[in-house]
Design a protein around this ligand. Sequence first.
Ligand code: SF4
Ligand code: SF4
Length: 293
Amino acid sequence: MLALPWGPHPEAARLAALFHLPRDGAGFLRERRERLRPGQARDDGVYVIGGLHQPAEPDEVLLQAYLAGARAGRFLNQGTLPRTAPEARGAAELCTGCAACVPSCPWSAISLQARPGVLSLAQVDARRCTSCGNCAAACPVKAIDLPGAEDAALLAQIEAALAAGPRVLVFACEWSAYAAADLAGARRQPYPAETRLIRLGCSARLAPDHILWAFLNGAPGVLVGVCPAGECHHGAGNRWAAERVALLQRQLAERGLDPRRLRLEHLPGDDGRRFAEVASAFAAEVSPPPARR
Ligand code: SF4
Ligand code: SF4
């Protein structure tokens, strides 16, 4: 028997635009990546059910509606909205009002406020900011930063990781590469012990100067581990990271440096074996061969 294809609800596109929600290739609204929050969209307090999310039978939709209603009630009864990470903060004395950060925010959390007599000032709406750090990587004068993942803190981590000698450095998104590395360790899937990981809340936080600092401190190679395409927890951090890495690879090549020392890989957080294989192959490729006796 031939079955008719089931598509998304006709309102899916309008609601996605209204709430800044991601859609999959077929047009359905996506859930959060976290496996223990089925039915919850990316914003806390926004729930996706029925034909907006996936083809579903009426009984199933009814159950989802009960569940979403209970969650919405609990959300609205909180009194205050808890934050799991601090929002990005701007420095009024540094901001030139160039507006580069405004389109970089996947959540439209940044706006420019006019200042009398001087340039405009970028302001972050703490209610919308998901702490991805993309604005901090995009600001040309470092006038906006992410508490807990400040530039100074990241540069210090890079220096510390390389203080004992040349090491392959992995900038690992905590939702993908870092989780996969953790899993590889737990399942005893080996990768070179000299590999050093720096955990990022999102790969969007990684700026080209962090990578250059790693090379300047002696890293033979830098691996950037990001979420698979379309699965970024913060919207499009993996896409921004890929664009920055591709640009930097071109710039390294133009200056006579081997761009293969920098690589970006999409790594699912539940595949420790793949992380171990990718990290091992990359380390073998970029590490200098042992001296002959
Ligand atoms: S925070 Fe940075 S990118 Fe945003 S407007 Fe100010 S100077 Fe420009
Ligand atoms: S940290 Fe991310 S979500 Fe928050 S303001 Fe910056 S770009 Fe937007």
